[in-house]
Design a protein around this ligand. Sequence first.
Ligand SMILES: *Cc1c(COP(=O)(O)O)cnc(C)c1O
Length: 229
Amino acid sequence: MSVIAANLQAVKNDIAAAAQQAGREASAVSLLAVSKTVSAERVREAFQAGQHAFGENYVQEGLDKIAALDDLRSRIQWHFIGPLQSNKTRPVAEQFDWVHAIDRLKIAERLSAQRPAGMAPLQVCIQVNISDETTKSGVPPKDVLALAQAVAALPNLRLRGLMAIPAPADDPAAQRQPFAALRELLDQLRQAGLQVDTLSMGMSADMDAAIAEGATLVRIGTAIFGARH
Ligand SMILES: *Cc1c(COP(=O)(O)O)cnc(C)c1O
């Protein structure tokens, strides 16, 4: 078995264990393999090991990989998970399946307008600044509902839920607190009548805490592909 295949299996085992610990079904947590800085050849290796959803942070790098793996296009879900500038929305709207880091209406409006007719709606999450750090991106919690309602009304987007990258914390209790806050925000959106089902939260270092608090999608890079250089 290749290193990538073995790592993928280990991550899936960890997801299953964390889900069981939380009294959840393992199948309720999907795995997004974060492939930023990873070559197209190594993404192909992960695909061959059974992984079909990949996350990219940088527009040009992502487009290059989508092109290099064009023969697999109909069987791969490409997620754009990085910050997105308004002058780079068009290729993302045209080529990706998901966008995780919507943090203002202008970006969502451009993505909707630029999504080609005939393609499935672009699946999107709103990024929340859950740890309230001035340096991190994302919309403040108090503004999430209004933005979610506006995004949900756009014709070529499908609002799926919320995403966050909390400040790093070492102990599990401290890791869980911001994930719990994101889960409560998703509940508020549901109570307001929005049909949302996705909590995109948890990375290699805090995946267990995220799953304990209800993550439905974990974004894992290092634990699958090794340390980035
Ligand atoms: C890089 C990245 C990840 C993956 O982080 P790892 O620590 O390598 O698992 C997840 N989400 C986002 C938004 C990232 O930029």
